[in-house]
Ligand binder design. Structure first.
Ligand code: BEZ
Length: 221
C-alpha cells in the first residue's frame, strides 16, 4: 500500500472491541493491582490528562457520584493518568478538602506510560505527555466491549457511561440490541431474522414491528 504524499509509518494497532485486553500490574492509590484480579466483574478503566487540572477535577467528582451506581452493576471503576502516586494522593485529598467529595476508586500512577501505551491512551495530536480522556468498558471475561475517547478540553457525560453499561448488560442478558437513545425500560430490538422463512414469520410473532427487519419488544420488569 502507498499513501500518496505521506510517509507510511508503523502504527501500533488500537485495542479492538470483542478482544481480550492485555493484562497488567500497576501501582494505584489503593496499592498494587493486577487487571486480571477483577475477572468476574465488569471494569471501567478511564484515563484523565493530569491531576490538579480543572476539567479533570469536575470529572473526578462526577465519577465519584456514579460510583455506587456502578457498584450495583458489578462494575469496578479504575482511573489512570501519567502522574505519580504522590500527586494522585495529594489531588484526591484536595478534592475532599475543597469539594467534600471522597474519591472511592483506585487511580493508577502510570508515570512510565506503560499502561497508557498498552491501551493506546496517548494521542500525540492532542498531547504526547498526557493521556486523552479514554473510557474502556471491559466485561467479566476481560473482553473489551466499548471504548470512548474524548479530547483534553471536553469533560465526559456520566449518564452516557451508565447508559452504556446498562445497554451492554441488557444486550448480554436478553440477547437483544438497543436502539438509538435507548434507556432502561424502553423497548429493545429483537435480533433480525436470518432466513427467508424466519422473515415470513416475523410479522406474526407479536412484536411491535416497523418491518420484518426492525421489530421491538418490551422486556418484562
Ligand atoms: C483540564 O482538565 O482542565 C485539562 C487538562 C489538560 C488539558 C486541558 C485541560
Amino acid at each position: 500500500m502507498r499513501i500518496v504524499g505521506e510517509e507510511i509509518e508503523e502504527r501500533k494497532p488500537l485495542l479492538r472491541l470483542g478482544e481480550v485486553v492485555p493484562d497488567f500490574e500497576a501501582v494505584t492509590t489503593h496499592g498494587k493491582i493486577k487487571l486480571s484480579d477483577f475477572k468476574g466483574k465488569w471494569v471501567i478503566l478511564f484515563s484523565h490528562p493530569a491531576d490538579f487540572t480543572p476539567v479533570c477535577t469536575t470529572e473526578f467528582v462526577a465519577f465519584a457520584k456514579i460510583y455506587n451506581e456502578l457498584v450495583k452493576r458489578n462494575v469496578q471503576l479504575i482511573g489512570l493518568s501519567i502522574d505519580s502516586v504522590y500527586s494522585h494522593i495529594a489531588w484526591v485529598r484536595r478534592i475532599k478538602e475543597k469539594l467534600g467529595v471522597e474519591i472511592p476508586f483506585p487511580v493508577i500512577a502510570d508515570i512510565d506510560m506503560k499502561v497508557a501505551n498498552l491501551f493506546g491512551m496517548i494521542h500525540p495530536g492532542e498531547s504526547s505527555t498526557a493521556t486523552v480522556r479514554c473510557v474502556f468498558i471491559i466485561d467479566p471475561e476481560m473482553k473489551l466491549r466499548a471504548m470512548i475517547y474524548y479530547p483534553l478540553n471536553v469533560g465526559r457525560n456520566m449518564d452516557e457511561i451508565l447508559r452504556l453499561v446498562d445497554a451492554l448488560q441488557t444486550a448480554d442478558k436478553h440477547k437483544v440490541a438497543l436502539p438509538a437513545n435507548w434507556r432502561p425500560g424502553d423497548a429493545v430490538i429483537v435480533p433480525p431474522p436470518h432466513t427467508q422463512e424466519e422473515a415470513e414469520k416475523r410479522l406474526q410473532e407479536g412484536y411491535e414491528c416497523i418491518d420484518w427487519f426492525l421489530c421491538k419488544k418490551k422486556l418484562l420488569p
